[in-house]
Design a protein around this ligand. Structure first.
Ligand SMILES: [Fe+2]
Length: 320
């Protein structure tokens, strides 16, 4: 199992993102079956779990998490594909701490989410470079932990006070990426730029989407919006400047999120691709064409494309 990510000899690199597996402790057998077919069909170089990786309202214990991971880590590990994860709000519903969960994930040698940064909000933040043939970082994948809900953003005050009647309804109760996480990203982004001698292009993933996803719905023609768009965007309670920070740094070319099970919306705003990832599990409520995963194709020369792959489109999957 590769411990560092590298572009293929032909200069390509493919990432598969799956969000909201959200099974457990009983697993709908369609979920691992379809996920395995998605991995086999897309043959990615790297897999990211986008949060709500387990339904922590029902699966509570370390043993239940181990059982869950043994099922869903298998397709990647049998194919020798490294993978990483961020947590979603339902991962925080487990009875064991996020730190203990992360240590259980790290029992899997293929899981590259290890030595996670301390001292910033969230547990599952990661920054993983993808190296070019010259041994220098040519791309980066940043994972941001958007934690749970009803956060106490300002000590001693409930963030519910921010949910004024009349606020746009895409702003909800969720926590989001905080300032210290963005400062951490900027530090790493600058370090990678020094190592590479140029800004290092990047994909940023998180569970709860950034505020600007709503613009894809508000201005669909200007943002070239496509995909399933009917569900309300559920951004965090505050716009903490995720998009603004990445726009100013200029290296993140795509921000991808999970959280919404019935949306595969994607579009472009300010030169940055914004997209959602649908739902990889079968226990959560979703739409048939929104169950699947999202592929990102990157080339060393600067190419980037992404598309949602519904399970329904895969050979050997019964549309029923
Ligand atoms: Fe979810």
């Amino acid at each position: 199992m590769a411990e560092t990510l590298k572009f293929r000899h032909d200069g390509s690199f493919r990432i598969l993102m799956v969000s909201d597996i959200q099974e457990g402790p009983s697993i709908d057998p369609r979920a691992p079956e379809c996920y395995r077919k998605l991995v086999e069909h897309t043959r990615p170089d790297f897999i990211i779990w986008g949060g709500d990786n387990i339904d922590g309202r029902k699966a509570k214990t370390a043993d239940e998490l181990r059982a869950h991971l043994s099922v869903f880590a298998a397709p990647a590990e049998e194919a020798g594909i490294p993978w990483a994860f961020v947590f979603g709000n339902h991962d925080y519903d487990m009875d064991i701490s996020p730190a203990e969960q992360a240590s259980i994930y790290a029992e899997h040698p293929g899981c590259l989410s290890r030595d996670l940064p301390e001292g910033i909000h969230g547990t599952s933040n990661f920054a993983i470079p993808v190296y070019g043939p010259d041994g220098r970082p040519a791309y980066a994948v940043y994972g941001f932990d958007t934690a749970h809900k009803h956060p106490e953003i300002r000590p001693g005050r409930s963030s519910n006070e921010l949910l004024l009647p009349g606020l746009p309804d895409h702003v909800r109760k969720w926590d989001t990426v905080r300032f210290d996480q963005l400062a951490w990203y900027v530090d790493i982004s600058r370090r990678l730029e020094r190592e590479a001698g140029a800004p290092v292009r990047a994909l940023a993933v998180m569970h709860v989407p950034p505020y600007e996803l709503q613009y894809l719905k508000d201005a669909p023609e200007l943002c070239s919006t496509k995909g399933e768009t009917s569900q309300r965007i559920q951004a965090g309670v505050l716009n903490t400047g995720i998009f603004a920070t990445m726009y100013e740094r200029g290296d993140v070319e795509c921000i991808a999120a999970g959280h919404l099970h019935e949306s595969t919306i994607e579009g472009e705003y300010g030169g940055i691709r914004l997209c959602l990832d649908g739902c990889a599990g079968f226990s959560p409520k979703s739409l048939p064409h929104c169950r699947g995963g999202r592929v990102f194709d990157i080339t060393l020369e600067g190419g980037f494309s992404t598309g949602f792959i519904p399970y329904l489109s895969l050979p050997g999957i019964d549309p029923a």
